[in-house]
Design a protein around this ligand. Structure first.
Ligand code: SF4
Length: 336
């Protein structure tokens, strides 16, 4: 196939258990270093251009991250893997050589994620000291001339702490004279773990005014009620589709998913250890999973009538809202 294939493999896991994680929580199981060869061999007869990533969750979470980066580049048969302005803050504060590595591979900016101040950030990241580590990682990045970008996930529980976090950001930016150091806020999509936070999803009128200039694409932000109004006559279907590239998320148990939404069984394409390559590749090309088949059986209008709360002022972007409704349908779906 001439389409570019990106394989994103959870070879090492993640030290965090963020309550907004769109992939959904999975156990950390370290895969064998030779599994990369097996995975590449599985796809190579069918795709001429493959980019291989050995991390799906925390980048550089393995101790030999330098060799691993080299290996990912070496086994990729298509464009070399990218860094995406991501790094491991866990490693940044534990390994003094790591920031040098980031510089050597050309990282200019790193995103760090907060959920308010210390107690709430530790709670939402899922481990103690996360907040302190994020502040420390910020310092390390600035000292090494890599620009930090803070993102804050906001909900009804943490909204006033996000305001306090903005003050801390401003102070730090002033103190460090790091011109490009930036800050943005959003509520995240409503799949994976974040779906479980629907009840405390922020209502639009409760977003503190001081945060509005920092809110991601605020002009396109709708309330659930507005989403309902826009979609209640929509007789099309929720669409999930690969364009020029196909990106596959591969779990540490060799399950394969498109990167459309969370990694739940109904979205699974197949398993690299148990499925014949021809069969699995055909499902990839034809975009054939149980969830995708079901997506063609229920219109957006029907989803809205079944699941929307038309009084709700909780915030959504329209496309995220369609996905949220469809995942809700799948949660309630029962075989006849
Ligand atoms: S959001 Fe990222 S860092 Fe947090 S648990 Fe998920 S993969 Fe790990």
């Amino acid at each position: 196939m001439s389409k570019q294939l990106n394989l994103v493999v959870d070879m090492y896991g993640c030290p965090n258990r963020c309550k907004h994680c769109w992939l959904g929580h999975m156990p950390n199981i370290q895969m064998k270093s030779t599994d990369d060869k097996f995975i590449m061999n599985y796809f190579s007869p069918y795709f001429s251009s493959i980019t291989y990533y050995s991390w799906l969750r925390e980048p550089d979470f393995c101790d030999d991250y330098i060799q691993r980066w080299e290996r990912d580049k070496q086994i990729s048969t298509g464009p070399k893997p990218q860094r995406f302005e991501l790094a491991s803050f866990y490693r940044l504060v534990r390994d003094p050589l790591y920031v040098k590595f980031l510089k050597s591979v050309g990282v200019k900016k790193v995103q760090l994620t907060f959920f308010g101040l210390e107690k709430l950030t530790d709670f939402y990241v899922g481990r103690p000291n996360a907040y302190k580590e994020l502040l420390h990682a910020t310092q390390i990045l600035i000292e090494n001339e890599i620009t930090p970008r803070w993102q804050a996930f906001i909900n009804e529980e943490n909204k006033s702490e996000v305001v306090e976090l903005l003050s801390i950001f401003k102070e730090l930016k002033h103190k460090t004279k790091c011109e490009d150091f930036s800050f943005f806020v959003h509520a995240g999509s409503c799949d994976g773990e974040n779906r479980k936070l629907y009840n405390i999803r922020i209502e639009k009128q409760n977003i503190p005014a001081v945060l509005i200039p920092y809110y991601l694409d605020y002009g396109q932000l709708l309330t659930e009620q507005q989403c309902y109004e826009r979609l209640k006559e929509d007789s099309t279907y929720v669409e999930f589709h690969n364009e020029k590239e196909i990106t596959l998320n591969i779990s540490n148990t060799f399950d394969v998913y498109f990167n459309f939404t969370h990694m739940r069984p109904i979205w699974k394409i197949g398993n690299l250890k148990t499925d014949e390559p021809k069969e699995l590749i055909s499902k990839i090309i034809n975009e054939d999973t149980k969830a995708l088949r079901l997506a063609k059986t229920i219109t957006i209008k029907e989803l809205v009538l079944k699941y929307s709360n038309k009084e709700s002022q909780k915030v959504f972007f329209l496309e995220d809202y369609k996905q949220y409704l469809f995942n809700l349908y799948l949660e309630n779906y029962k075989e006849l």
